[in-house]
Write a protein that binds this ligand. Structure first.
Ligand code: NI
Length: 138
């Protein structure tokens, strides 16, 4: 089994705010991410798929096609958006990196078969900052 990854980038705004808590508790738990008037992050998304190299191409997946798929299905949905207000798949959820990774997984799990019949989704890795990232394996 070989693992192949593609790295993409987007930025988006959010706030982390639980409306059933006081402002003080939100600030205590979420720190600057609770800022009422939003703030942005530069997200790095690394999508890993797995499979065996195709005999004719030597590829597990055509990375051009994978890049196009990620951009069309994920980046266009999230890039330059307000995660709390603009992104349908995030509606009603806390706009955390964890929840984003889960939603990105669902999108790619259902659309990856459009570009490959053999490679399978392995991991969605999402950096909110260079030091904070999550990984989701489905
Ligand atoms: Ni934040």
């Amino acid at each position: 089994m070989i693992y192949v990854s593609r790295h993409e980038h987007f930025n988006a705004a959010h706030k982390l705010y639980n409306s059933s808590w006081t402002k003080e508790k939100n600030e205590e738990v979420f720190g600057p991410c609770a800022n009422e008037n939003w703030h942005g992050h530069n997200f790095d998304l690394i999508v890993t798929v797995k499979g065996e190299p195709n005999q004719d191409t030597g590829f597990v997946v055509d990375l051009k096609k994978l890049s196009t798929l990620i951009r069309k299905e994920v980046i266009e949905v999230f890039d330059h958006k307000n995660l709390n207000l603009d992104v349908e798949v995030m509606r009603g959820k806390m706009a955390s990196t964890e929840n984003m990774a889960i939603e990105i997984w669902k999108i790619l799990q259902s659309t990856l078969p459009n570009i490959t019949s053999t490679a399978r989704l392995h991991c969605v890795k999402l950096y909110e900052t260079p030091r904070n990232f999550v990984e989701y394996f489905g």
